[in-house]
Ligand binder design. Structure first.
Ligand code: HEM
Length: 445
């Protein structure tokens, strides 16, 4: 196909029709012909986007780059029914299409809305994360309220009990109130927009968050809740990560006040992340979870690049995780952090005097961050024990709860607030030669 024809086909694609089709039956029921058309368009578009910069108008290129994110998800999901596409271009699209977590949760689109794919500052990323969190909590709350009133046709199968629904509403209202002074995004509109270009800019970010990322496999209410939780956890993790990376850089340059401020901001978001996970623990029944678990197929948050990257910047790579990281196509590059130049927060703190006026706030903020993230990991391993039948493997292919037990307790400080020594050093396993290092906030994430 000619470049101009491909560009026109992408620009003419009806986004609203796609969103409505996913919502009507669940993403698993999406018409294979539509998914196939989107997968083909993705391959064609990749070719166009690698052409010389002058070949397409700059405005159109922005729209095409956004479309690519949504089309790629469908191309990846099409892989289960269509393992090999003859039209894949060597060097651009060769090899497997990656694990399911990223397309299932539409993580690249979410990251686009957060601005983590650009060279944004940590302050800018945090601001966009707070805006997104406020929007997503408000959207979730509104959806639950409409469901309770019987006014919400979307995802109304297998509803929670009245008790769980009531508890959820009060927890979400509390979260919403806590964000009342945060920056807000404009409303997304009552229906999805048809053209990709309406998903650009500030209003476009709202539309992405409302319509493009939330695409559950089924019409089951609790699966939709689970996906909302994943998005909220991704958003908080990106904010915590941006501030941690910046905090580490300030520490390395001896700017202790700035480092302390970054770690304090990270800890604030981590508190929010913990409260968000509590909504799941307190309001989702085991039966509801097991009712949709298989529908998400093998999409596991072990494939969550932001969370794995955050752990590494705080703690380094734990020996118990080397194998799991190396086996994941998208995250194997993280093993490149096993090198003598990389210093996680834990090792930067080891060399810092603890009792000076300058460094005391750094330790206080690092302790607060370490403590709340440890509480999150403890809560999360509790989920694995509670919701998964005994000896069930994790959907990411690990041993499940035993895998998490291998490192959840690893932290920077002990319960008395003293620094723990470094963990057992890890050595670099052999990596596939195609693995390339990439920055923390990269277009590939
Ligand atoms: C009932 C709910 C949940 C259960 C039973 C559960 C269970 C598990 C299990 C068994 C693993 C091990 C990896 C594997 O899949 O093989 C895992 C990993 C993980 N889960 Fe969950 N999970 C739940 C909810 C969530 C949610 C809502 C998030 C938010 C994004 C999340 C984030 C993670 C992360 C980041 C990892 C990787 C841990 C690491 O390697 O450090 N989980 N989960």
């Amino acid at each position: 196909m000619k470049t101009s024809t491909i560009v026109k086909t992408v620009l003419d694609f009806d986004v609203a029709e796609y969103v409505n089709a996913v919502r009507a039956g669940g993403r698993r029921q999406l018409d294979p012909a539509l998914r196939g058309r989107m997968a083909d368009l993705y391959i064609d578009l990749c070719g166009v986007l690698t052409e010389a910069p002058g070949s397409i108008d700059t405005g159109e290129r922005r729209v095409l780059r956004l479309a690519e994110l949504a089309l790629q998800s469908e191309w990846k999901l099409a892989a289960t029914t269509e393992p090999h596409d003859e039209r894949d271009r060597p060097g651009v699209l060769e090899g497997p299409r990656g694990t399911r977590y990223q397309p299932y949760s539409n993580v690249r689109l979410l990251n686009h809305a957060l601005g983590t794919q650009k060279h944004s500052s940590d302050a800018c990323i945090e601001r966009q994360c707070r805006q997104a969190l406020r929007f997503l909590v408000g959207s979730w709350l509104g959806w639950e309220e409409r469901t309770l009133r019987g006014q919400e046709p979307w995802a109304h199968l297998d509803l929670p009990t009245a008790r769980d629904a009531g508890e959820r509403l009060s927890r979400l209202s509390a979260l919403d109130d806590a964000m009342a002074a945060w920056p807000r995004l404009p409303a997304a509109g009552a229906a999805p927009a048809s053209r990709w270009e309406d998903y650009l800019g500030e209003a476009g970010r709202s539309r992405i968050l409302e319509y493009l990322i939330n695409m559950p496999q089924t019409r089951k209410h609790e699966e939709n809740v689970f996906l909302r939780l994943i998005h909220l956890t991704e958003v908080t993790t990106s904010g915590i990560l941006a501030r941690t990376v910046a905090g580490n850089a300030w520490l390395e340059s001896g700017a202790y006040a700035e480092a302390a401020r970054c770690l304090e901001r990270a800890a604030e978001l981590a508190v929010m992340q913990f409260d968000i996970m509590l909504v799941l623990r307190r309001t989702m029944s085991v039966d509801s979870f097991l009712g949709f678990r298989n529908d998400t197929e093998n999409a596991s948050a072990i494939q969550m690049t932001s969370a794995q990257t955050l752990h590494i910047h705080l703690l380094g790579i734990h020996p118990a995780k080397v194998e799991a990281l190396g086996e994941m196509q998208e995250n194997a590059f993280l093993l490149l952090y096993v090198n003598r130049h990389f210093r996680p927060l834990r090792s930067l703190l080891q060399e810092l005097p603890q009792d000076t006026d300058e460094t005391r706030p750094v330790f206080a903020a690092a302790r607060a961050l370490d403590e709340i993230l440890f509480r999150w990991r403890r809560l999360h391993i509790g989920l694995a024990h509670r919701y998964l039948p005994k000896e069930t493997m994790g959907s990411g292919g690990t041993s499940g709860a035993p895998y998490l037990s291998g490192f959840y307790h690893d932290r920077i400080f002990d319960p008395e607030g003293e620094l723990f020594p470094h963990p057992v050093p890890v050595s670099m396993p052999p990596l596939d030669e195609r693995v390339r290092a990439r920055s923390v906030f990269s277009p590939f994430n």
